[in-house]
Design a protein around this ligand. Structure first.
Ligand code: SAM
Length: 264
């Protein structure tokens, strides 16, 4: 199995496409925060299936350059294929690389972003150090990540809900608290003019909620770890289905976005 698929938080390309529609407002804010202009050279770290690199391509235009890196071979081969299909290959390139060892010289990029990647890495500070190294002095670094500690689902089974949200944060991701840690990483990296934005999202439909919050996987983990019983699981399902039937279902989580400038 590939390194990417062994990661407890591994998600498929279909999942990422589905989620992209729900967090379009977050993506848009991150491009604005990068202050991308025509002709710039920009990087997306942990780019997945080229959703953001193609959006950035529209902003930099053919006189600019966009790179995306991801350690998942499958993501990169699909990203490359999509780039060729969209006739963007002359200025958009995707490379297989680990975010903690970026294959670029110092001071290469005008701006650099990463979205929902640090939650998957054991040492997020190393990723930020690499992003700072490859970004030019005065260049912008924008990182968006989820604080799964804010994951919350309204249910009468609140004990089960707290166990499942904790498993999501602490077992099904290497670093489910990444969002709340970004400010610390940015300060420790010495980035300047920090800006913090909170970007919540919510869901009110059960099928979508189960997909977005990966409830099936987390419930399985809870049963395997004997954190909940089959009876509790059945009651939890019934509570969500009842809420859906009454049109009162609600779940939410917050993402944190940090923007900083490389000193110099
Ligand atoms: C939740 S997905 C987000 C993808 C994309 N940024 C988006 O917003 O659609 C996380 C991505 O980070 C990649 N990733 C995780 N750890 C990585 C690492 N150490 N180096 C490079 N990519 C990594 C995964 O393969 C995956 O494509």
């Amino acid at each position: 199995m590939s390194q990417a698929k062994q990661n407890p938080g591994y998600v498929s390309q279909d999942y990422l496409q589905m989620l992209a529609e729900r967090v379009q407002h977050v993506k848009q804010r991150s491009y604005e925060a990068m202050e991308v202009r025509e002709g710039m050279c920009v990087l997306d770290v942990g780019c997945g299936p080229a959703i953001d690199t193609h959006a950035l391509a529209k902003l930099v235009g053919p006189s600019g350059r966009v790179y995306g890196v991801d350690y998942d071979n499958e993501m990169i081969s699909n990203a490359t294929k999509k780039t060729e299909e969209h006739a963007l290959a002359s200025y958009v390139e995707h490379l297989v690389a680990d975010a903690t060892k970026l294959p670029f010289d110092d001071n290469t990029f005008d701006a650099c972003r990463s979205e929902r990647v640090l939650q998957h890495v054991a040492h997020p500070e190393d990723v930020l150090a690499e992003m700072a190294r490859v970004t030019k002095p005065g260049g912008r670094i924008v990182v968006v990540d989820t604080d799964f500690g804010t994951l919350s689902i309204d249910s009468s089974e609140d004990r089960v809900e707290r166990i499942l949200t904790r498993i999501t944060t602490e077992i099904s991701h290497y670093n489910g608290y990444a969002g709340r840690q970004l400010y610390r990483y940015f300060r420790e990296q010495g980035l300047m003019h920090l800006q913090i934005e909170m970007l919540p999202f919510f869901v009110t439909q059960l099928q979508l909620m189960r997909k977005i919050f990966m409830l099936e996987k987390v419930e399985e983990m809870a049963i395997q770890n004997e954190a909940i019983t089959q009876d509790e699981l059945a009651r939890w399902h019934a509570s969500l289905e009842a809420a859906e039937a009454k049109q009162t279902l609600f779940g939410s989580a917050s993402q944190v976005m940090l923007t900083g400038l490389v000193p110099g």
